[in-house]
Structure formats: C-alpha cells, structure tokens
Design a protein around this ligand. Structure first.
Ligand SMILES: C[S@@+](CC[C@H](N)C(=O)[O-])C[C@H]1O[C@@H](n2cnc3c(N)ncnc32)[C@H](O)[C@@H]1O
Length: 329
C-alpha cells in the first residue's frame, strides 16, 4: 500500500534519512511561523520527541494527573463490554499511542484481534513500545506507523480488509480547537470504515481547581514537559533559548472550557532558532497547548457535527472522564 512521504511504517520500511529531513524542515517552518506571529504560538505536537514522550509518561503517574488513572479505571471496569462492541477479528488502530500502556487492557480483552496498529509522531518511542508489545503479545500482528495524524497518511495494506476500530484515548482530542476537532474527527471516518467505530477518551468538565492542579503539579514535571519544547528547538534547530528565562504557565479558562498552557518570557530578550531571531517582551507568552474539556452533551454535538453518533458512553463514578464509542453515520 502506498505510504505518504511523511509516514513511516516502522520495521517494514528501513529507517530512511528522507523522512527525518522532511520532519526537521516542517518543524523549522512551523517554529518560524509560530514565533513570527503577533501572538506567539507553537503546535503541541512538537512536545513529543523522545524526551517529551518520557516526560509525558511521568506526567501520567503524577497524583494530580487524574486523567490517566481515571481512564485506566474505566478501561479496567468496562473493557469486556468494549471488546464485545468491537467484535471478533477487528483491527485496532490507535492514534497517538505513546507507550500503549492503557491499550494493553483492551488488548487483553479483545476477541482475536486481526492486528494492532499504533500510530505516533514520536518515532523512537513508538519503535520501543512496539518491540515490547511484540514480546508481550507474540500472537498479535503489531504494525506501528510513525506519522503526523493531522496530515494525510495511509494505513498498512493489511488493514484494508475487515472491520476496524480507531482508538483515541488520553483526551488528546482536547488538544484541538472545536472546529479543528470536527475536521479531524471527520478525517478519521475513512480509517474507521463504514462498519467500524471510534473509541475515544474525552475529559469532562469539572471543578476548575482539580483541572488547575492537574496541569500544575508540585514536582514540576508538566513544567519540564512544556519547557522541553524550547530545549528541543535548541537541540534540533540550532536554537538559542535560555530556558531559565522562560516559565511554565497553565490555567483553566472557564468560558472557553479549556486549559491553556503557555511559556512566559521572564524578561525582555531575543532568542533564535531555525535561522530566525525572535524578540520577546517581559511577560510575553508563547501559547503551547489547549486541553478542551466537554460535557457529555457538548461532545455528543461535536460528534454529530463530525458524522458520528454516540453509541455507548462509559464514565467513572465521579464522572470526571469518559470513554465513548462512536459509530459512523
Ligand atoms: C496526550 S499523549 C497520549 C498518549 C497515550 N495515548 C495515552 O493515552 O496515555 C499524546 C500522544 O499523541 C502523540 N501525538 C501528538 N500529536 C501527534 C500527531 N500530530 N501525530 C501523531 N501522534 C501525535 C504523542 O507523541 C503522544 O504519544
């Protein structure tokens, strides 16, 4: 099956120089564009180099980061029902699979999966995760694809036949603004197929203090994760950012219904990267990530606008998080 130039089917295509160069150029271009804006911003997908992926795994273990724990508890309780809804011989395709830790709960209950296709932008981390999965699930076809899922890419040829389910946990859908989320969900429909499904993790609106704590942990791991974006620019794009002169800043915006994450310049300064020089005023922000929170009704409307109906919704007793099974309409 044809592979898009930016997607690499790991271990089926030898590691090539060309995609890495394409990725570096795209990263440089987006950094120049984002930092050249009047309101500076950087796309959150660039958080995830190998170091960013490791830091994200540490975030998942933090006391304050209820998301992973709560989603895991829902999976542990209802994965049998989820597996029944997927049916036998289904291909499970995971967007933004990271370490595939929660996925194992589903893999353990699924009925004779045809294949598991983890997709992630963080190539080295994905490769390590896939190797580990092959050891733990020797009977399972694990077909990792390194791709940016916001751009067109093809699935491995073996996925063409049979029923498919896209798994998109972690409330990563919250990183998209609502219009972009609609567009993204519409684009996933092709990978679900007409008789397939989308099993998606959605974080729910709750006490702003809990949200605030989740993105401002006491150990400062989320701050390291945010600042790693500048460290990555320094490493990969000949950047000159003084990390000690930027600070992590995250808060819940109740009207927009989202956590906003920023990096704040602690003084007037210049920084450079990817051949450009960027001026920062004291207190000026780089917007790095949104994490939208939804009510069940708001997400149902978003799903309907994107061509899905919500067939099942599983939540925890406190209704902090949800896993939702969407069918293509
Ligand atoms: C919030 S983490 C969630 C990880 C894991 N699914 C979980 O639920 O714990 C987001 C994951 O999506 C990946 N990711 C982010 N943006 C991406 C993109 N544009 N294309 C592919 N993967 C992306 C990251 O590398 C990371 O592994």
């Amino acid at each position: 099956m044809r592979m898009n130039s930016s997607a690499v089917e790991l271990e089926e295509i030898a590691p090539a120089l060309e995609p890495a160069q394409v990725e570096r150029d795209a990263f440089a271009e987006e950094v120049r564009r984002g930092l050249g804006r009047a309101r500076k911003e950087l796309p959150c997908k660039f958080f995830y180099d190998a170091q960013g992926s490791r830091l994200f795994d540490r975030i998942c273990d933090l006391d304050e980061y209820y998301l992973t724990r709560t989603e895991t508890s829902i999976l542990l309780r209802y994965s049998g029902e989820m597996a029944d809804a997927l049916g036998p011989r289904c291909t499970l395709i995971e967007y933004g699979s990271g370490s595939s830790l929660k996925t194992r709960i589903l893999l353990d209950r699924a009925h004779d999966l045809a294949a598991y296709v983890p997709i992630d932008i963080s190539g080295a981390h994905l490769q390590t995760a896939a190797r580990q999965l092959r050891l733990e699930y020797p009977g399972l076809a694990v077909l990792p694809v390194c791709a940016d899922y916001t751009r067109p890419f093809d699935l491995p040829g073996r996925c063409a036949a049979g029923r498919r389910c896209v798994f998109f946990p972690g409330s990563t859908i919250g990183n998209f603004d609502p219009e972009a989320a609609r567009e993204f969900l519409r684009s996933i429909r092709a990978h679900c197929g007409s008789d397939g499904a989308l099993l998606i993790g959605v974080d729910l609106k709750k006490d702003p203090d809990l949200l605030h704590a989740a993105y401002n942990d006491r150990e400062g791991v989320t701050a390291q994760f945010n600042l790693n974006l500048l460290a990555r620019i320094n490493r990969e794009l000949d950047g000159g950012f003084n990390l000690s002169q930027f600070a992590h800043y995250a808060f819940y915006h109740p009207v927009r219904g989202r956590i906003e994450m920023h990096l704040i310049s602690l003084r007037e300064q210049d920084a450079w990267a990817a051949g450009g020089r960027f001026h920062f005023r004291e207190g000026e922000a780089i917007f790095t990530e949104s994490s939208y929170k939804y009510t069940p009704g708001e997400f149902e409307n978003l799903a309907a606008d994107s061509g899905y109906r919500v067939e099942r919704r599983w939540t925890d007793p406190r209704r902090w998080f949800s896993l939702q099974l969407l069918r293509v309409i």
